[in-house]
Ligand binder design. Structure first.
Ligand code: ADP
Length: 585
């Protein structure tokens, strides 16, 4: 049943009840009033009749007189003798008068004879209708009492007419109420429908059109309150959505894996890193964490946090054999926030690897320093122990000198690497003519090359004669490569230095005809302290850091360095360096 129907039925019933009750009350008041009025009128007429009949002496035709009087007053008129006999009656034929029952005991007659007037209401034995009787004593007349009777159906007739009118009023009132209620409900209904429509839209999350109703009545108040609430709710929802988006962005951008588990152990939130680390599906769904987190140590950690503990972080390998190390950290969520646990996974493989590299480096440095140090100590002790022949002393001192030189080189190279690592070497970039750089390097190494009968053949392409670089750093790198080439080249060998152009780069090649580098070692020769085979080099005093420094220097210049073997034997190192931005000089 709609609100409109209910309002209508309610008002209709109320209006009908009001009209029915008022009609009933009016009817009762009307009946009393009419009865009293009729009684009063009847009494007056009876008194008048009694006054007319008094002192008239004997009546010749009492029944005819009663009939005439009855016609005048429009009621039944009865003349009663002092002994109660009926002398005339307007409702009875003259022939039957004698047979009428004696009226001396009638209540109104008794009363009239006693007090002069009397009245009574009862069902008439003659007419069988409810009748009002009024009797008045007639002085000085053979007829002792005159009685007028009026059937009370008159009252019912009049009341009936009044009731008829009331019913017409009721009908008219109801029709008016119907129209008014319909019109009122139409207006209210339209407003309520608008509010209900807005409420339905709010529920669907659409806050675009407000429910605002400018009326000051209850519907207006409801609409305005609803609208205010919806607006506030909408603003909060937008704020929440924005916060959620921020959280999502943070979680998505995080390198750490994050998982949120409810107090019941259901997985409710994961970020991409976490899913990748634990090999979870893209949408894990609302499943128990034990179904998804297979790593027993991590699962146990989550279980402890769910039990309310704050366990210490653990280091785990999520994929056996992957050599990837993770730190798993779990924190319980406060019970007031719904309980549960947050698991954070951090990949510390690189950290561990860097740690290992550092440890290896320290071990290598110690080892590299100890070798010359042991030699120096041994020969110094031998010298101190003396006495030694003069030529032997010289030999020992030369060894001490060579070893201390080697230590010096090592420390210098280490310091240089440290400076390069820390980005402390400043760059002075400019266009370098390669013929100058190569010339400077070969003349620096001239003594050594001459001693070994080695020659350096230079071949520069016209479009690859200049590079954009820091000349000092480039010649350091080149010197190292040419030195290596000389060290590994045979006596009287030839070292080739050539350049070619490759788009925006100049390729500088240093090639020799030495033993080359075993293929397996090629990827590692730029590592610190990596040596292929100590016995192969002519100068075992190399620090093992040379190529590592070359790589650092060339990368600092924005280039790349690679190593390869030549066809027909020998190694070739290729430096790729940026060509100058302008036209070739
Ligand atoms: P070192 O100071 O010991 O030469 P480098 O870093 O310069 O150290 O070289 C690393 C290793 O690379 C050397 O030990 C050597 O085995 C190998 N190597 C370097 N240059 C050559 C080359 N031209 N021919 C053959 N092997 C080379």
């Amino acid at each position: 049943m709609t609100f409109r129907t209910r309002t209508f039925v309610g008002v209709f019933v109320a209006a009908s009840l009001a009209l029915a009750v008022s009609t009933l009350l009016i009817e009762r008041a009307m009946r009393d009033y009419l009865r009293r009025d009729i009684e009063r009128g009847l009494m007056s007429e009876t008194r008048l009749a009694a006054a007319l009949l008094a002192h008239r002496g004997a009546l010749t035709d009492p029944d005819g007189d009663a009939d005439a009087l009855g016609r005048i007053v429009g009621g039944r008129v009865t003349f009663i003798a002092a002994d109660g006999r009926v002398l005339g009656d307007s409702a009875v034929d003259a022939a039957q008068i004698a047979s009428i029952e004696n009226h001396g005991a009638r209540e109104e007659v008794v009363e009239a004879r006693r007090a002069g007037e009397g009245s009574a209401t009862r069902r008439s034995a003659t007419t069988t209708v409810e009748t009002l009787y009024v009797a008045v004593a007639v002085p000085d007349s053979p007829m002792a009492v005159v009685r007028l009777a009026l059937p009370l159906t008159v009252i019912e007739d009049r009341i009936g007419r009044v009731r008829g009118l009331a019913l017409v009023g009721l009908g008219a009132g109801l029709v008016a109420a119907l129209v008014l209620i319909w019109a009122a409900s139409l207006v209210i209904n339209r407003r309520i429908a608008a509010v209900a429509d807005a409420a339905a839209r709010y529920r669907a999350g659409d806050f675009s059109r407000p429910a605002r109703d400018h009326g000051a009545d209850e519907v207006g108040v409801v609409a305005n309150v609803l609208d205010d609430t919806a607006r506030e709710l909408g603003a909060r929802l937008t704020e929440m959505a924005r916060e959620r988006a921020h959280t999502d962005a943070i979680l998505t951008g995080m390198a750490e894996g994050v998982l949120l588990v409810t107090a019941a152990g259901r997985l409710v939130l994961t970020n991409p890193a976490g899913r990748a680390m634990l090999r979870l599906p893209e949408t894990p769904g609302d499943r128990h964490y034990l179904e998804l987190v297979r790593q027993p140590d991590v699962a146990a950690l989550v279980a402890r946090a769910l039990a309310g503990e704050s366990p210490a972080s653990i280091e785990v390998e999520l994929d056996p054999g992957s050599r990837q190390t993770f730190i798993a950290h779990v924190v319980p969520v406060d019970a007031v926030r719904g309980g549960g646990a947050v698991l954070v996974l951090r990949d510390i493989t690189d950290l561990r690897r860097a740690d290992q590299v550092r440890r290896d480096f320290v071990a290598n440095v110690s080892h590299e320093l100890r070798t010359p140090l042991t030699a120096i100590r041994g020969y110094v002790e031998a010298l101190l122990d003396g006495p030694i022949q003069a030529p032997q002393t010289r030999e020992f001192l030369e060894i001490v000198d060579r070893q201390s030189l080697r230590m010096d080189r090592l420390v210098r190279d280490l310091l240089r690497l440290a400076r390069l690592d820390a980005g402390q070497e400043t760059l002075t970039l400019g266009d370098c003519r390669l013929v100058d750089v190569i010339g400077a390097v070969t003349s620096d190494l001239d003594t050594t090359l001459r001693a070994r009968g080695q020659t350096v053949q230079v071949a520069l392409a016209a479009d690859a004669a200049v590079v954009r670089a820091d000349p000092a750093k480039l010649s350091d790198a080149l010197r190292n490569l040419v030195e290596n080439a000389s060290n590994y080249s045979p006596q009287d060998g030839q070292i080739e230095v050539a350049t070619t152009r490759d788009q925006d780069c100049v390729i500088l090649r240093v090639a020799d005809r030495g033993p080359g580098i075993p293929e397996a070692d090629l990827p590692r020769i730029f590592e610190r302290f990596y040596r292929v085979d100590r016995s192969r080099t002519r100068d075992p005093g190399g620090t093992g850091l040379g190529l590592s420094i070359v790589k650092h220097l060339i990368e600092l210049l924005g280039g790349r360095v690679t190593a390869a073997n030549r066809e027909g034997g020998g190694a070739v190192f290729e430096l790729s360096l940026p060509a100058p931005s302008g036209p070739p000089a």
